[in-house]
Write a protein that binds this ligand. Structure first.
Ligand code: NG1
Length: 443
């Protein structure tokens, strides 16, 4: 199939613009590595409609794939070398040899996402893994914004894993592959859940993905594609703010949830994640959870924190409030799916607002810029609901907006946000495209 036909299928009305984007990437590939056939792959970023900080608690999430992709263009090599080139000069070239134990580049180096993916593929396909000459392209305006809570890192991990699997004739099923990709991302030192890799691989156009992050058996997950309501658009707005210590704050929240599990275990033997008590009423759980524990106290209660990097033993964990967020958020995800199915859009809006308040007050992951942007979004007539999305502490908000109100939203929200913060937000509409894939071999 011609590239233009493939792009038509993926991007619909935006295919023409994307044709120019892909052609430019192919031209850079030829300049970098020489002329000849090139294998083309893509993986989308995502926005999470609702279900924040639930995935690593084995809870429920409802992400949507964006029409913003990480592209990876590759040519197989006869040896085990991977050469990486990024179109953005801020990300320097990198070269490594694939194998079951690949030494990492210095912390923070972008190539670590590809190294983690390559190491995972090597462990799966065995000796003599074929390497590649690869070009990565995720620059604005078509790429996945970085550090914004729309999962550019998972898109890079997934696209690299997909390319190396394909070039080594490995055709994994998407569900185990998503799980393997999420573990591959631990290579960079985070302990994220499976949401991002799952949506990147299993997204369906026009649908959100309801995912129960608790496996029902080895690589058996319950998930369902939920149609998005017609006549509405999902808009993403980026505060432009990036908190310096997201990882540290993130890990403290993970620790607070694990401390909660440790406190509940004597009363609910065998629980491993907060999700295991989801069907117990909050009023029964609350008195069993201390408001605050230090890291040292949480350890003394049996919390398993060995794989979570934490600042000091004296750091305080807001155990009860964090657990309350996770418990109420899981309920909201279920309720949102039900409301979407019955077309009760006003209920979806209410649930998004409640989710934002819970993320701000209980999980404590908001910041003044996120508040200003959510407020600006809600002030627009035709906004059904708006909330922070992703890890928090900056990054993006997501809003559900009546189709006809989109132009007003795009004009009014930046104005109000600018007035409040002096900053310029980036707004883009999400068109819910399909999951990652191999597009074909082109010149
Ligand atoms: P973002 O927002 O992309 O950094 C992180 C985690 C998700 C999830 C959300 C919060 C990673 C790679 N991603 O996403 O798994 O926990 O925060 O809902 O750690």
């Amino acid at each position: 199939m011609s590239l233009s036909n493939v792009l038509e299928r993926i991007y619909g009305e935006a295919a023409k613009v994307q044709q120019a984007h892909y052609s430019a990437a192919l031209a850079i590939f030829a300049r970098t590595y020489g002329p000849g056939p090139v294998h083309v792959f893509r993986a989308p970023g995502r926005v999470n409609l609702i279900g924040e900080h639930t995935d690593y608690n084995h809870g429920f999430v409802l992400p949507v794939a964006l029409d913003r992709d990480v592209l990876l263009l590759a040519r197989p090599r006869p040896d085990e070398v991977v050469r990486l080139y990024n179109v953005e000069p801020a990300f320097p070239p990198s070269t490594f040899v694939i194998g079951p134990t690949i030494p990492p580049a210095p912390r923070g180096d972008w190539s670590n996402y590809v190294r983690g993916a390559a190491q995972m593929v090597a462990r799966q396909v065995g000796p003599h893994v074929r390497g590649m000459d690869a070009l990565v392209e995720s620059a604005p305006p078509h790429g996945v914004p970085r550090g914004a809570g729309v999962s550019s890192s998972s898109a890079l991990t997934v696209v690299a894993a997909l390319a190396l699997a394909h070039l080594n004739d490995w055709q994994p099923d998407p569900v185990p592959f998503a799980r393997l990709c999420s573990e591959a991302e631990w290579y960079v030192g985070t302990r994220g859940g499976i949401m991002d890799q799952f949506i990147a691989l299993l997204a369906r156009p026009g649908h959100a993905l309801f995912l129960d992050c608790r496996p029902q058996g080895p690589d058996r997950y319950t998930f369902a594609h939920v149609p998005l309501p017609s006549g509405y658009r999902i808009l993403v707005a980026d505060t432009g703010v990036r908190h310096a210590n997201v990882r540290g704050e993130f890990n403290l929240r993970v620790a607070a949830c694990r401390a909660g599990v440790a406190c509940l275990r004597p009363h609910y033997p065998g629980i491993t994640h907060l999700r295991d008590v989801q069907d117990v009423a909050w009023a029964e759980l609350a008195p069993l959870l201390p408001e605050i524990l230090t890291v040292a106290e949480a350890r003394a209660r049996g919390a398993d924190l060995n794989d979570v990097p934490l600042p000091t033993d004296a750091a305080e964990l807001r155990v009860r409030a964090c657990c309350r967020h996770v418990h109420s958020e899981n309920e909201r995800v279920r309720a949102t799916v039900a409301a979407l199915e019955t077309g009760d859009i006003a209920a979806v809006g209410r649930l998004l607002s409640e989710a934002h308040a819970s993320a701000r007050d209980d999980y404590d992951i908001s910041c003044p810029e996120l508040e200003a942007l959510v407020e600006a979004a809600r002030a627009v007539e035709g906004t059904i609901g708006a909330r922070l999305t992703g890890a928090g502490w900056g990054g993006c908000i997501v809003a559900l907006v009546r189709q006809e109100a989109v132009p007003t939203f795009e004009a009014e929200v930046p104005r109000r946000y600018r007035e409040q913060t002096g900053r310029e937000p980036t707004i883009f509409a999400c068109r819910a495209r399909g999951g990652a894939g191999f597009l074909g071999v082109y010149n």
